[in-house]
Design a protein around this ligand. Structure first.
Ligand code: CP
Ligand code: NVA
Length: 310
């Protein structure tokens, strides 16, 4: 049987995504009530990180452990991946041993190739193109604070990067309006813009994008792998800082999100990220709950097979 993967946000139907968010909220409540829920007993998640991570690593590992399973951290530095073993061979071998694999890498194509050769579900834990796991947490966090996101306006300020691309996919899947303001040389991928046209608008003026927004979100100006461009980007993005003045142009109860890590004084001012409209800490915590729901969804065929027959 071909496994289900989670590579872009588009592998799940709108209905499945809605259920997944509802389940994330339930799993969070269960944990907060001290209910022990261990459906992943004897299940193992392989976690390959070719880039740094704090939230993604800790949330996936904790999710597996809290649900009775186990996670293995793998990096190119200490595996044969770093010595040139083909990705196809790694996928075949790892997926014959573990139950699910999470990969953080550079090219989306590499992730897709890995998934093609994997016998178990593969999760995109961030590529240069997408960061879909972050969007599960972001949507959950919005819904917990404001109810349904359908028909709401979200403003994306800054780089047309992996987070922006996943917001674009989310706008389609969760049916909200996404207004993107990016410098002309840093706008999102043109093919994706065409695919998402009905739900997005693009401009270069942050004030225009945030007008009437229910949620304002941003991200670093230089993503992982773009460190050498930092200086050039800092000057192109200087007018795109989310500060109190910009937030004052959104709806008065607009929320602020950032996937983190953040650079105060660059893409966001300290008064915004540490202010009353910011929900970044809930957003970060929800990585744990939404990824538990994702793992439960992807592992569910195996979990059912493990249920003792009565
Ligand atoms: N937001 C996010 O993915 O954070 P990490 O890079 O720390 O995993
Ligand atoms: N756009 C950022 C997101 C980090 C979670 C990066 O790719 O570095």
């Amino acid at each position: 049987m071909t496994p289900r993967h989670f590579l872009t946000l588009m592998e799940l139907s709108q209905e499945e995504l809605q259920k997944l968010i509802t389940r994330s909220i339930e799993l969070k409540a269960m944990q907060q009530s001290g209910i022990c829920y261990e459906p992943f007993k004897n299940k193992v998640l392989g976690m390959i990180f070719e880039k740094s991570s704090t939230r993604t690593r800790v949330s996936f590992e904790t999710a597996m452990v809290q649900c009775g399973g186990h996670a293995i951290f793998l990096s190119p530095r200490d595996t044969q991946l770093g010595r040139g073993e083909p990705i196809e061979d790694t996928a075949r071998v790892l997926s014959s041993m573990v139950d699910c694999i999470m990969l953080r890498t550079y090219a989306q194509e590499k992730l897709e190739l890995f998934a093609q050769y994997s016998k178990v579900p593969v999760i995109n834990a961030l590529t240069d193109m997408y960061h879909p796991c972050q969007l599960l947490a972001d949507i959950q966090t919005f819904i917990e604070n404001r109810g349904s996101i359908q028909g709401k306006k979200v403003a994306w300020i800054g780089d047309g990067n992996n987070m922006c691309h996943s917001y674009m996919r989310a706008a389609l899947q969760f049916d909200f309006e996404l207004a993107i303001a990016s410098p002309i040389d840093y706008q999102p991928h043109a093919d994706l813009v065409n695919q998402c046209q009905a739900h997005i608008s693009i401009c270069t003026d942050p004030a225009e994008a945030v007008k009437n927004a229910d949620l304002v979100s941003t991200d670093v100006w230089a993503s992982m792998g773009q460190e050498e461009e930092q200086k050039k980007r800092a000057s192109a993005f200087a007018p795109y800082q989310v500060n109190a003045e910009l937030m004052s142009l959104a709806k008065s109860d607009a929320l602020f999100m950032h996937c983190l890590p953040a650079h105060r004084g660059e893409e966001v001012s300290a008064e915004v990220i540490d202010g009353s409209q910011s929900i970044v800490w809930e957003q970060a915590e929800n990585r744990l709950h939404s990824q538990k729901a994702l793992l439960e969804f992807l592992l569910s065929p195996k979990l059912k097979r493990c249920t003792p027959q009565s």
